[in-house]
Design a binder for this molecule. Structure first.
Ligand code: DAT
Ligand code: MG
Length: 137
């Protein structure tokens, strides 16, 4: 079965949205196979965001992701990789469609570009790589 790595970022935990976000994942029919709440290490974040290293938003992104606990989740289901990205909505919460997690619950962009509540893997290769970072065997 296809699986993906989902993160509820520090803004989602801090705002008390963990239950609502999990409910959307479960309501869609995806299984939650693993779940952990903890503050990420610098090593985990640099590995997770390696593709963005060198971009202007990289350091603010890593700093924000270090600010508080993150919920990391392995979810599985048919088409869960693109399916969760559809549930999450566009990267910019101010542009994300209503009905999506970022569109309904996200509010910050502009200065606080990183605060878009969730991460979801974007391909099978990323999912397996990211699961290895957040849930080392
Ligand atoms: P996504 O999270 O939708 O997969 P991404 O992988 O392109 O988006 O970027 C990872 C995170 O980096 C994203 O959730 C928020 C931040 N980010 C992306 N593009 C940005 C930009 N142009 N300015 C500031 N932050 C950005
Ligand atoms: Mg991405």
């Amino acid at each position: 079965m296809e699986r993906t790595l989902i993160l509820i970022k520090p803004d989602g935990v801090e705002r008390g949205l963990v239950g609502q976000i999990l409910a959307r994942i479960e309501a869609k029919g995806y299984a939650i196979d693993a779940l952990s709440l903890r503050t990420a290490t610098a090593e985990e974040l640099s590995a997770h965001y390696a593709e963005h290293e060198g971009k202007p938003f990289y350091q603010p992104l890593v700093d924000f992701m270090s600010e508080g606990p993150i919920v990391s989740i392995i979810a599985s289901g048919q088409g869960v990789i693109p399916g969760f990205r559809s549930l999450a909505g566009a990267t910019d919460p101010t542009a994300a469609a209503p009905g999506t997690i970022r569109g309904d619950l996200g509010r910050d962009w502009g200065e606080k570009v990183q605060k878009n509540l969730v991460h979801g893997s974007d391909s099978v290769e990323s999912a397996e790589r990211e699961i290895g970072i957040w849930f080392p065997a």
